[in-house]
Write a protein of this length. Structure first.
Length: 292
């Protein structure tokens, strides 16, 4: 089992270097001409063309039938860099993007059931990702399709999936003057790895977000999961509020969100989650470099 201090140090160093390099690069570039409200509206579009670095800080409290389950909690840091590639418009005039969105997790004191109760594991988790093609139509209709997956990169076997998992994803949504609503379903199966266990899990993200202006946004984006092998649902009630502002000339979205889980596996699952998320919007040097 990996010790807590090295894993925390690795992820903290990685995140600090990424953010510092981004801030330094941004200071060398002209300030974006868009207002914070325009940036907030574009970030609300799942098919947006903005490059960003999201740091999700999530605190969870657990419940379940296992002895000691109700006293368990943990912290997860999720780092999600996004650098979309702008593609030629569609025949209907829609704005098209190709996006690759990895997610690098660090779990701190993740409760793992054992013969003597629970053990807290701190480690880098399996990396999730999705690769997709998305279009924003002139009417505000949004659609996308692609592939979602999980890479077996965890540094501790107690939290590792030990499998390469892949599957399809899709997006259907509508952007209005007042906000955006839609759904984002996906599914994953195990396709390779050193674990013979069968994996088949579906995920559905619903979203309804209001944009009152001034860089503000509020609404609900619950992510529901269903495990086809065990028959277990994980369903939260979600509410979040965010503000997009300028920090050192860099657009930054700050969000607070709350989950209350109305359904989780009986033995052990989350009850509450409080998230504090920071998303700097950065120059898309990847797209610029490819187009040179």
């Amino acid at each position: 089992m990996m010790q807590a201090r090295p894993a925390r140090a690795q992820m903290a160093l990685f995140a600090a270097i990424s953010l510092t390099a981004t801030m330094a690069y941004a200071q060398e570039q002209p300030a974006p001409p868009k207002s914070t409200d325009e940036v907030a509206r574009e970030l609300a579009n799942p098919n947006n063309s903005l490059a960003s670095l999201t740091f999700k800080n999530q605190y969870r409290w657990y419940t379940g039938d296992l002895p000691g389950a109700d006293s368990q909690d943990n912290f997860t840091l999720l780092f999600q860099p996004v650098f979309p590639f702008s593609l030629p418009p569609t025949e209907s005039g829609g704005k098209a993007n190709l996006f690759v969105r990895p997610a690098f997790p660090l779990v701190v004191d993740q409760p793992v059931p054992s013969a003597t109760g629970f053990e807290g594991v701190t480690a880098l988790g399996d990396v999730g990702f999705d690769i997709g093609y998305g279009v924003t139509e002139p009417s505000g209709f949004l659609w996308a399709f692609g592939m979602v997956g999980t890479l077996p990169t965890a540094t501790d076997g107690d939290i590792a999936g030990k499998q390469l998992r892949l599957g399809p994803e899709a997006l259907i949504a509508q952007f209005e003057d007042w906000g955006v609503y839609g759904m984002f379903p996906s599914h994953q199966w195990n396709v390779a790895g050193w674990s013979d266990s069968y994996h088949s899990a579906s995920q559905m993200q619903l979203f309804l977000n209001f944009l009152p202006g001034g860089g503000w946004s509020y609404g609900s984006t619950p992510i529901m999961n269903y495990d086809w092998r065990s028959g277990d649902w994980t369903i939260p009630l979600n509410f979040g509020v965010s503000k997009t502002t300028q920090i050192g000339g860099l657009p930054v979205k700050v969000q607070v969100e709350l989950n209350y889980y109305v359904e989780q596996p009986n033995a052990f699952g989350p009850r509450w989650m409080i998230g504090f998320n920071i998303t700097p919007v950065v120059p898309n040097f990847v797209d610029s470099w490819i187009r040179r």
